[in-house]
Design a protein around this ligand. Structure first.
Ligand SMILES: [Zn+2]
Length: 292
């Protein structure tokens, strides 16, 4: 008798995992949040962590980087068709947004940059809002609200997750404020216009941006102009980005005797919940090293 019941227990244990896919873990429920790109994906992952039956997807492959001039692919459409929530940055980052919203009128779409006062560049909002930790905190709050609106049954978990992540971001903010505010007023030169929110947070002055169009090498004339600016503003450090390698940086560094450092705009990275925090911490260390 004893061996029969043991046998039944073993059978049951073997059967349960096979019949219990991820989607069915909450009474057959499934919920899919699709994110437009990496920075909002990491925020959404934090907010949705541990919610049963949820899946959070990054629509664009991790190497895509910023979505300037990005066109939605057939694959993306398939993702959006099955999505319950579309998490985007807004502030003009997803130029395709109006078209996709018209195509999927029932899909709840949230722009995490909503309510953030944008820096205007040449008449357009600069979309790189997440590079200020203060903004990342606002974005997390917006993300929590969107998940609760789309999936009220897990409101408590979203709220708790949001509080936990905002707590971590607040710690990061304090750490970065303490370390970087003493460098306020220093001139820096960056690549692609990703860093104005970051610079503003710490009172750094962006004296020049080397590459205005991501992926497009500046002309000889533009390089010469930047060399002049670097000399005039006594910039000691040029900040390149890992996603946008540039021979222009090397030319400018050689001409001006300045050094090249790497600042990461946090548009690519790993899947870890604390990935953004780790990237920003590394940026902090890089700036301390470059500006001291
Ligand atoms: Zn960008």
């Amino acid at each position: 008798m004893k061996s029969i019941s043991l046998f039944l227990i073993i059978i049951a244990a073997a059967v349960i995992p096979a019949g219990c896919s991820k989607k069915q873990s909450s009474a057959g429920r499934s919920f899919t949040a699709v994110c437009s790109f990496y920075p909002v994906y990491i925020i959404a992952k934090n907010v949705a962590d541990g919610v049963p039956g949820i899946s959070v997807k990054n629509m664009t492959p991790p190497f895509t980087g910023c979505l300037h001039d990005y066109s939605v692919t057939a694959e993306d459409m398939k993702h959006l068709e099955h999505a319950d929530l579309f998490v985007t940055n807004g502030a003009g980052m997803e130029s395709f947004l109006d078209k996709t919203a018209a195509k999927y009128p029932k899909l709840i779409t949230v722009k995490l940059a909503d309510g953030i006062e944008c820096i205007i560049d040449e008449g357009k909002p600069n979309p790189h809002v997440w590079l200020s930790v203060s903004n990342a905190i606002v974005m997390t709050g917006n993300c929590v609200k969107a998940f609760i609106e789309a999936d009220a049954s897990n409101a408590d978990t979203y709220r708790r997750n949001g509080e936990r992540y905002i707590g971590k971001l607040s710690e990061l903010k304090k750490e970065m404020d303490d370390a970087l505010k003493p460098f306020g007023g220093k001139n820096i030169v960056t690549f692609h216009e990703a860093f104005p929110y970051f610079a503003k947070e710490y009172g750094l002055v962006i004296a020049a941006v080397v590459e205005h169009e991501p992926g497009v090498e500046p002309s000889a004339k533009e390089i010469a102009q930047t060399v002049l600016t670097v000399r005039k503003s006594k910039v000691k450090a040029l900040f390149a980005e890992p996603q946008y390698p540039s021979s222009a940086a090397k030319t400018i560094a050689a001409e001006t005797g300045s050094s090249i450092f790497t600042l990461d705009p946090a548009v690519t990275g790993d899947d870890a919940l604390d990935a953004y925090i780790a990237i920003m911490r590394k940026n902090k260390e890089t700036l301390i090293q470059a500006l001291k």
